[in-house]
Ligand binder design. Sequence first.
Ligand code: SF4
Length: 321
Amino acid sequence: MEAQNYLDIKGRVLNIQRYCGEDGPGTRTTVFLKGCSYRCKWCSNPESIKPQPELDFNRKACKGAAACGICLKDPFPQGAFYVLDGDDDKVHANWDLANSCTEELAELCPTGAIGMFGKEMTAGEVLKEVLKDESMYRNTGGGVTISGGECLLQPDFTAAILRGAQESGIHTAIETAGNVPWEFMEKVLKYVDLMQHDNKLMNPDPERHKKWIGVTNKRSLENFKKAYETFPDVEFIARTPLIPGINADEGHIRAVLDFIKPYKNVIDYELLPYHRYGLGKYAYLGKVYELQDYQSPSPELLEHLRSIIDEAFGRKAEAKA
Ligand code: SF4
């Protein structure tokens, strides 16, 4: 990256969320990027998976073909939106055609029923948003977190934002599943204070990981170990989205602890209870959610599994002392 132009690097951003309390220490701004190399069946951000911006269609918000009908005509692709005889007057999307919609077309819809998930921005534009809350970061010990999707799939863009933040004295964090070429991770970690990484399924059977996540975890685990060893000054936190029936058991938690505990720079292990908040977004993307029958872990199970982690990190002993 050239010093004079690194902030001109462009990337695809899904969303920038201010005042976040869960993506690292203090109050933070979290930048969600487009594109992911995992396909977790429980994904709560399905709109982050595709690398390109894509259609966000909320049929309920449609004004109706008679009152509006803008998307039924040129310049919209012919047949991308249509009405059904005998149905209500709101339009339907033909997803194969409607997915070619652009931001310019989406802006023509007066109600926002047609929108886009994601847009292109420069690192400088993102940084400008991040810097709006500079004093809040200093007051709360917060900073910026780059998440996804998989933020390491856009390594130059992610590194540029984090470099800019560090040069302004802001704490930097990333959230990653680590399934990228090592060079991508290495490029970004130079500008990272805290890396939060997912250990979704430690099961040694690669087919099981593939079944739930789409690929094996071989590359992710190799990258995590290499990262702990190559960047001793970076802090790491392992995290598991906890899903009863898939990975919410003592054996799995202990397997993650066995993996991380030899490394002193892995400072914690967090459990993220499974939720279904993202379910509605599947309809806006014309997709089907496959985990209809799965439930969040019970408070008792969560407490039990968290107590194993507390013990491994010596927190109980500290509390008693
Ligand atoms: S442009 Fe928007 S509001 Fe108008 S008919 Fe199409 S979806 Fe409905």
